[in-house]
Write a protein that binds this ligand. Structure first.
Ligand code: LLP
Length: 405
C-alpha cells in the first residue's frame, strides 16, 4: 500500500485503526452517518503557513481561493492566520465577509461577473476586481460612476501558456475564455484614464490548476515580467501583481512543485520590482487535508470483476468522473486479510460513478468502511443532489476534537 504520509500528514494507523490527527475515525462514525467529509484543521494551517513562509520575504497578500472549499470553519481559520480571499461570485464574497475576512483583503475574479455582483463588490469596497475583458472594464466603470466610487482594478492577462494539466482546468492558453490577450494589455493601460472611476494599476494571471511542473509558471512569469518592463517604457507603473493559484498536490505519487523553487522564480522575476504581490492558492491549502469516510454497501461479484459499492457517489465527489482524477482509497481498519482486486464505485446511476478501477485492497466485506483521500479541494463545494441524494455532512478535526461544521 502507498505510504499514507505522502498523501496527507494527518493520516496514521494506530494499531489497526485509521486516525485523522488524534481522532480515531471509528469515533467519527459512531456519531455521524456516512458518507461524511472530514477536514483536518491542523493540516490546513500547516499548508497555509508553509505557503506563506516560502514567500514571506516578499510580504505577499495571500488570498485563499474560496472556490476550492467554502466550509466556513476553514475560511475563518485562514482569516485568523492573515489570509484574504479570492472570490468569484456574490455568494463567495458574502461568505468571505461573514467569515471575518476584511474587505481590503478580497479580490474578485471571474469571467462573468453580473451587474448585481459588481455593485455588491463596489458597495463592500473590496481590495480589487480582476477584470477579464474591455467590455467588463466599461461596465464596471459605468457602475462606479453611478455609485460615485473609485475601484482598484487589475487586468487579468491571458499569457498564452499551456499549464500542462488536465484540459478542463487549464486557463491560460489564447483560446481559453479567460483573461485579456497579452498583446492587447499595453494599449489598454495607455487608455486607462478614459475610465474615470477605475484605478487600473494591477496585473493578474492564473494559468490553471493542479499544475505539477514548474515550467508553465516560469514561462508565464517571464512573459509577465517582460510585459511590466514594456509598460514601464511607456511610463506606466503598476502597483499590484496577482500571480493566481494553481500549485498541484500529490494525488498519485505524482511529482509536485517545491515551494522553494516556486518562490525563487518569483523572487528572481519580480523581487526587485516594488510590487504588492498577491497569490490565490486553493487546492494546495486544503486538498490534502480532506477525506471522505464511506461505508461499503455491498460487495458485488461481476463476471470478471469484483465491485465494491460505496455509499458515497459521484454527486458527492465529482472529480473522478469529471477529470478522471485519482484518489487513494484506504481501509478505516487495517485487517490482515487476503489481497483482492476491486473496482470501487458509487451507487449513482451512471457508469462514470467510479472512484477507482483495479485497486488492490485487503479483502473488503459489506459494512466495512473505506476512506477516500485528497478530497479537501473541489470536493464538497462541487457536490450536487443528483439522484435526489442529500448533500453529505462535513466535520472539522482539530487535533483530538471534531465537530460538525
Ligand atoms: N484563482 C483563479 C482565478 C482560479 O480560477 C482558481 C481556480 C484559483 C485561483 C485556485 O486555483 P488552485 O490553487 O486551487 O489550483 N474543479 C477543478 C479545479 C478548478 C479550478 C478553478 N480555478 C478540480 O477539481 O480539479
Amino acid at each position: 500500500m502507498v505510504s499514507i504520509k505522502k498523501i496527507s500528514k494527518s493520516l496514521k494507523y494506530v494499531g489497526k485503526q485509521l486516525f485523522i490527527n488524534n481522532v480515531d475515525c471509528e469515533n467519527i462514525i459512531k456519531i455521524h452517518k456516512t458518507p461524511i467529509y472530514c477536514y483536518s484543521l491542523t493540516e490546513i494551517i500547516g499548508n497555509y503557513n508553509n505557503f506563506y513562509k516560502s514567500l514571506e520575504k516578499l510580504n505577499p497578500l495571500i488570498c485563499y481561493a474560496v472556490k476550492a472549499n467554502f466550509n466556513k470553519e476553514i475560511i475563518k481559520i485562514l482569516g485568523k492566520l492573515g489570509s484574504g480571499a479570492d472570490v468569484v461570485s456574490k455568494g463567495e464574497l458574502k461568505l468571505a465577509l461573514d467569515s471575518g475576512i476584511s474587505p481590503n483583503k478580497i479580490v474578485f475574479s471571474g469571467v462573468g461577473k453580473t451587474k448585481e455582483e459588481i455593485i455588491y463588490a463596489l458597495k463592500k469596497k473590496i481590495f480589487q476586481i480582476n477584470v477579464e475583458s474591455e467590455e467588463e472594464l466599461e461596465e464596471i466603470n459605468n457602475l462606479a460612476v453611478n455609485k460615485k466610487t473609485l475601484v482598484n482594478i487589475s487586468l487579468r492577462v491571458n499569457p498564452d501558456v499551456d499549464a500542462n494539466t488536465h484540459k478542463k482546468i487549464t486557463t491560460g492558453r489564447s483560446d481559453d475564455k479567460f483573461g485579456i490577450p497579452i498583446s492587447k494589455v499595453v494599449e489598454i493601460f495607455k487608455r486607462k484614464n478614459d475610465y474615470s472611476n477605475l484605478k487600473i494599476d494591477g496585473i493578474a494571471i492564473h494559468i490553471g490548476s493542479q499544475i505539477t511542473k514548474i515550467d508553465p509558471f516560469k514561462n508565464a512569469f517571464e512573459k509577465i515580467r517582460k510585459l511590466i518592463l514594456r509598460l514601464e517604457k511607456n511610463k506606466i507603473h503598476i502597483k499590484n501583481l496577482d500571480l493566481g493559484g494553481g500549485i498541484g498536490i500529490n494525488y498519485f505519487e505524482n511529482q509536485v512543485i517545491s515551494l522553494k523553487k516556486y518562490s525563487s522564480i518569483i523572487k528572481k522575476e519580480f523581487g526587485r520590482m516594488n510590487l504588492k504581490l498577491i497569490f490565490e492558492p486553493g487546492r494546495s491549502i486544503v486538498g490534502s487535508a480532506g477525506f471522505i469516510i464511506s461505508k461499503v454497501i455491498r460487495v458485488k461479484k461481476g463476471l470478471g470483476k469484483n465491485f465494491l459499492i460505496l455509499d458515497v457517489g459521484m454527486n458527492d465527489l465529482m472529480r473522478p468522473s469529471l477529470y478522471e482524477s485519482y484518489h487513494h482509497i484506504i481501509p478505516m481498519k487495517k485487517l490482515n486479510r487476503k489481497k483482492r482486486n476491486y473496482d470501487i464505485v458509487g451507487p449513482v446511476c451512471e457508469s462514470s460513478d467510479i472512484f477507482g478501477s483495479n485497486r488492490d485492497l485487503n479483502e473488503v466485506e459489506s459494512g466495512d468502511y473505506l476512506v477516500l483521500c485528497s478530497a479537501g479541494a473541489y470536493g464538497s463545494c462541487m457536490s450536487s443532489n443528483y439522484n435526489c441524494r442529500p448533500l453529505i455532512k462535513e466535520i472539522v478535526v482539530n487535533d483530538s476534537d471534531f465537530f460538525k461544521s
